[in-house]
Design a protein around this ligand. Structure first.
Ligand SMILES: Cc1cc2nc3c(=O)[nH]c(=O)nc-3n(C[C@H](O)[C@H](O)[C@H](O)COP(=O)(O)OP(=O)(O)OC[C@H]3O[C@@H](n4cnc5c(N)ncnc54)[C@H](O)[C@@H]3O)c2cc1C
Length: 377
């Protein structure tokens, strides 16, 4: 352990009001909310990575709230109220994010998103079509769009897909630049006076009558009045009893493709597979449901079986008969659970958790951070 000097303690750690563990979209949104509402609060974020290192800088940048199969799946397992309440929160979260960061900084593009079906999935497609009017009616008051979901089969030749029989368009979804989103949020937090310290891994967090005590991997003890744990897929390492399971997602991006005909976001297999254009490239990820046990981990990594699955999807359906080079692979860690809504609650008097963001954390992240922050005020 390297002992902290008096100067280091006095300058960076003395008299901290609130510590936030994790600088993902939730931790940053919470910090921004706190400083916006109580300007003189001393807020410090402790982040394990050199950059935010979980899901927020590694995701696909879909600004989405749900595809038809995903929503029908949710409705089969949850009450109608729960499902549409969550859609509303995702929608509000997206509007919050766009207002906070601005569409230009986010590189937000409103091309809509499509759900695709193969010919052997016609029964599922028919079920979806039978429920479209119902979903559109329920979602119209949320998005203001009378018909959010519409059939878009005429687009299949435009996108030059192969082996795809149907497309359903969601007109209200968009896409953004994940890196620019996080860079902008980091900038706003710093501008408001939030102190962000990278390379500090929190190993334990305890509450007492005098406040919160944090132990870090490098042997330091850090004190604060209150704390927010915003560690999503890594949360059980700090709070083992919380029902947040880690789930890895692997992603690829191609080199640039001249005359790429694909524009927008695409969901397949209840959202377990997703792809989009990033300028003239294709970003494709997912498939964790095929190797559930293997992917239930908070360790980053790329595996041959998922690579093979995603490459097959790319070459057989998305960019058929094209010899496209893959430029880069990476992975990110989600926090999931038996329910899709995030956990935002007190763990003890001075410690709050805001975690389990699932696969649509870009949408719901700002709102979840704000909810966590409110519990600290
Ligand atoms: C590959 C992939 C694709 C996705 N695509 C989309 C998408 O297109 N649209 C969408 O809406 N959502 C998507 N998601 C989900 C979304 O990215 C997440 O729900 C969201 O980013 C979660 O934000 P967070 O702040 O809760 O967690 P994270 O971003 O994971 O932040 C947690 C932070 O805590 C830090 N941390 C963890 N433990 C410690 C510790 N002990 N000490 C200090 N720091 C610690 C981590 O380093 C990390 O930076 C995707 C996720 C992945 C992995």
């Amino acid at each position: 352990m390297i002992q902290r000097s008096y100067w280091e303690w006095d300058t960076w750690f003395r008299d901290t009001d609130i510590i936030i563990v994790g600088s993902g979209i939730v931790g940053l949104s919470a910090a921004i909310f706190l400083k916006t509402h109580v300007n003189n609060l001393r807020v410090t974020i402790l982040e394990n990575g050199v950059l935010p290192s979980g899901a927020s800088t590694r995701n696909a940048g879909f600004a989405c709230f749900g595809s038809v199969t995903e929503l029908l799946d949710d409705l089969a397992q949850n009450s109608e109220n729960e499902v549409f309440d969550l859609i509303q929160k995702r929608w509000r979260g997206l509007q919050n994010l766009r207002q906070l960061a601005g569409d230009t900084a986010l590189k937000y593009e409103a091309h809509g998103s499509y759900e695709m079906f193969k010919p052997d999935e016609n029964a599922t497609f028919d079920e979806c079509m039978a429920q479209i009017n119902f979903l559109n009616k329920k979602i119209a008051p949320i998005t203001g769009e009378k018909e959010t979901f519409v059939l878009a089969d005429e687009q299949i030749p435009t996108f030059a897909f192969s082996g795809i029989s149907h497309l359903i368009l969601n007109r209200s979804e968009g896409q953004l630049h994940t890196g620019q989103m996080m860079k902008t949020l980091l900038g706003i937090a710093r501008e408001k006076g939030v102190q962000i310290l990278n390379g500090i891994k929190v190993e334990s967090i305890t509450d007492s009558s005098t406040g919160v005590l944090i132990h870090t991997k490098n042997g330091w003890e850090i004190k604060a009045q209150k704390a927010l744990v915003a560690t999503n897929g890594f949360t059980r390492r700090l709070l083992p009893d919380l029902r947040v399971m880690p789930a890895r997602n692997q992603v690829l991006i191609t080199q640039t493709i001249e005359n790429l005909p694909i524009k927008g976001c695409f969901h397949y297999d209840k959202g377990y597979v997703y792809f989009r254009n990033v300028g003239k490239r294709i970003l494709l990820g997912g498939g964790r449901n095929r190797y559930q046990q293997q992917e239930s981990t908070d360790q980053f990594g790329i595996t041959q079986n998922i690579q093979d699955y995603l490459k097959k999807m790319l070459r057989e359906h998305i960019l058929p008969n094209q010899n496209v080079e893959i430029e880069r692979w990476w992975s990110g860690i989600l926090g999931i659970g038996e329910r899709k809504s995030p956990i935002v609650r007190h763990i003890s008097e001075n410690i709050v958790v805001a975690a389990r963001l699932g696969g649509m954390g870009v949408a719901i992240g700002t709102l979840t951070g704000e909810q966590g922050a409110r519990l600290l005020l």
